[in-house]
Design a binder for this molecule. Structure first.
Ligand code: ADP
Ligand code: MG
Length: 681
């Protein structure tokens, strides 16, 4: 009898070679197989009559082979097998391309259950390369619901099915169920073993739906339990008490503008957290341009005021440099020193920065990932800030925090997500929302256009430059060998040729960091009129004089990413514009880009994006720093998510260590161990 933790190699028909391939799909053991869910199901349980096939699509058909399959060679290396099958209602042509074996299996006069795609309608209907299962003579075998697993080259659905069968057989009478029985009863969820059976060998599609609902609930519930425990654990720790501030705080006077109500509120919450005697763990969420940097600056000032250092981590060198400048200007008025630390500094600069950080002369330290390197030692680190949080993993944030002793932590994100989702994603954090844009901003006018507008857009660029603006042109990253797309360099050349009297610069990922920074600075200093760039400029950079952004092949970007990009313009007093090329690349592309023309509301765009792409892409795989969610579709499962969170809170309130739920406790630990977060190990 195989056991769940046995290697897949124990399965008959799976040798070392197949095991290697399975490993590519992260399937090493039978348990892994059970946790690999089918991506789809083929419903072969309801065969249709041939006469009833009036539209193209996938069908199961019970039919008899009428004539001997005929093999023809269309050209070198391409064979076509044709035959005709019939049932009591009519006949249907069947073809196989380059698969003489499949066709050779078919016997005239034998009945099969065919499953495949029908192309064409009426007399032109063809069933293309169907799977065929022999129907046992006379007996009425009904056909099945067949799971469709993700595959990799060299593996077939048959291999997957074989391993899944073996794995199901290994599920002992009862698969330990992490969900407390009361919850299963309350939400009418099947137990774990039953759900697994329904997922890998369903009798009906309704079984699958029920099983999926259960798995979603389980996953979200485990996630919420884990995050809740993290939060509780932190709550028990002692925090560094920062001295409280009042309305007379010099920071307010140092600001070059009046803070928005939302900024004032967020800063107030931060001050209260930091004076509470507990470590702060707060997320500041605000759309691009909402003014998050000022909030970060306030925390830096607050820390310094009580004699502690603050570290501010940004995802790119450009952004780190820009933040350092902004903070120097602002905090310099309070006589605070700001030090920059990035990977591209010279050895001498670096030595000086490290020394200042270690002695405490650097009160505020701004940098990239370089901040979490071993060689960086802080004198008295009291606050850490991670900008554009979605670019960092939880682990990186933790690594920075580990440079101090329970420092106050602030993470900032411009990815607007629905509130319920935020409560889950950031379940271990308190949240401040910047829901107010600084005054005087005019909404960016946005247009989705096709290639036929090329000349007019080039003229429009020239017009904006003539009026004293600056222009970003953003190009998608082009992989080698991809056709039909121009690289940033090529775009820059073409644009320079079209506008010979303008100063065009190019910025792309393969440039050295120092060169990137030089170009970016030069653009900010108006030494260039146009910056043609890949998405290295996506995050955070601030050039208020830029008032037009043109995005090439915009259909290649996610909506939220385009919205972030658009946030680079509309920062000054001038009317700003955004032009997306790609509206001529099909109806879907057009509709998506139109969403952006219609609204400037990051939340609405995020919702559309989430609905269109699914959460995996939306958050960037693994970048959100949460355990990988296998089944939960965070957009569609909001209601279930809400219940999962409430139940997790209730259960932990009664039993913080989950002592009464050993299986639940173990599973939560396993889930969080996989995300490489030391907090649970
Ligand atoms: P975010 O990081 O949220 O995208 P930033 O902090 O870069 O936004 O701020 C965007 C721009 O708005 C900056 O030029 C900043 O100086 C300006 N800004 C921020 N807060 C205010 C305010 N209260 N009033 C006017 N301008 C502001
Ligand atoms: Mg920012």
């Amino acid at each position: 009898m195989p056991a769940l933790d046995d290697s897949v190699q124990f399965v008959k028909g799976v040798g070392p070679k197949k095991a290697k391939l399975l490993e590519k799909l992260h399937i090493a053991t039978l348990r892994d197989m059970l946790e690999t869910y089918p991506r789809d199901y083929e419903d072969r349980s309801h065969p249709v009559r041939i006469a009833d096939i009036t539209e193209e699509g996938k069908y199961a058909v019970r039919a008899v082979v009428g004539v001997e399959p005929k093999v023809s060679r269309i050209r070198k290396g391409l064979t076509l097998v044709k035959c005709t099958v019939f049932d009591e209602s009519g006949t249907l042509a069947v073809t196989y391309f380059n698969n003489p074996y499949a066709a050779a299996q078919l016997r005239v006069g034998q009945e099969y259950l065919f499953y495949g795609r029908v192309q064409g309608t009426g007399r032109a209907r063809v069933l293309v390369s169907p799977q065929a299962e022999k129907m046992a003579g006379g007996e009425d075998s009904p056909g099945r619901i067949v799971p469709v697993y993700p595959l990799t080259a060299g593996l077939t659905q048959r291999d997957m099915a074989r391993v899944a069968q073996a794995a199901l057989a290994a599920v002992p009478g009862e698969w330990p169920d992490p969900l407390p029985m009361v919850l299963r009863a309350r939400y009418r969820l099947p137990d774990a073993a039953e759900a697994l059976g329904a997922i890998h060998a369903p009798r009906t599609l309704d079984d699958v739906t029920e099983a999926r609902r259960r798995m979603v609930f389980e996953e979200l519930f485990l996630l919420c339990c884990g995050l809740q425990q993290l939060k509780e654990r932190r709550r028990g720790e002692d925090g560094i008490p920062f001295a409280p501030v009042d309305n007379g705080w010099a920071f307010w006077d140092a600001l070059p503008f009046a803070p928005t109500g939302a900024q004032r509120r967020a800063i107030g919450e931060i001050c209260a957290d930091c004076a509470s005697g507990r470590p702060m763990n707060r997320l500041v969420q605000g759309d691009v341009g909402a003014g998050k940097t000022v909030v970060a600056a306030a925390l830096c000032a607050l820390a310094a005021r009580s004699g502690w250092q603050a570290a501010f981590m940004a995802p790119t060198e450009i952004l780190a440099a820009q933040h350092a400048e902004t903070l120097s200007a602002l905090l310099g008025k309070l006589n605070l020193s700001v030090t920059l630390l990035t990977g591209s500094m010279t050895a001498a600069q670096r030595r000086a920065a490290l020394a200042a950080i270690e002695t405490g002369a650097a009160q505020v330290v701004v940098g990239t990932h370089a901040l979490i390197q071993q060689s960086v030692t802080f004198h008295r680190l009291g606050a850490v800030i991670a900008d554009e949080q979605h670019r960092f993993g939880v682990a990186q944030r933790a690594a920075l925090a580990a440079k101090g002793h329970t420092p106050h932590t602030l993470v900032m994100s411009a990815t607007p997500i629905p509130r319920t989702l935020a409560l889950i994603m950031y379940g271990d954090l308190d949240v401040s929302v910047l829901d107010e844009t600084p005054p005087g901003r005019r909404p960016v006018e946005t247009y989705a256009v096709g290639k036929n507008m090329r000349k007019r857009i080039t003229a429009f660029i020239d017009k904006q430059l003539e009026a004293g603006g600056q222009v970003y042109v953003v190009c998608p990253l082009v992989e080698e060998g991809e056709t039909g797309l121009k690289s940033a360099e090529q775009h820059a050349k073409d644009l320079q040729a079209a506008l010979p009297h303008r100063r065009v610069a190019v910025l792309h990922g393969r440039m050295k960091n120092a060169d990137k920074e030089r170009v970016m600075r030069a653009f900010a200093a108006w030494e260039y009129d146009v910056l043609v760039a890949t998405t290295v400029i996506e995050v955070g950079v601030d050039v208020p004089n830029a008032n037009l952004m043109v995005v090439e092949d915009a259909d290649r970007f996610g909506l939220s990413q385009l919205h972030q990009l658009r946030g680079r313009v509309g920062r000054g007093a001038r009317q700003s514009y955004c032009v997306f090329f790609g509206a001529d690349k099909g109806e879907t592309a057009r509709a998506r880009l139109k969403t952006l023309c219609r609204t400037n509301d990051g939340f609405e765009i995020a919702r559309a994006d989430l609905a269109q792409r699914g959460p995996g892409d939306f958050f960037g795989r693994r970048q959100h720093g949460l355990p990988a969610l296998h089944v939960a579709d965070l957009a569609a499962d909001l209601a279930l998510m809400q219940s999962a969170r409430e139940e997790a809170e209730a259960i932990l309130a009664a039993d913080p260590g989950l002592a009464g739920y050993p299986e639940l406790r173990a599973r939560v630990q396993r889930m969080f161990a996989q995300r490489g977060d030391e907090a649970f190990n």
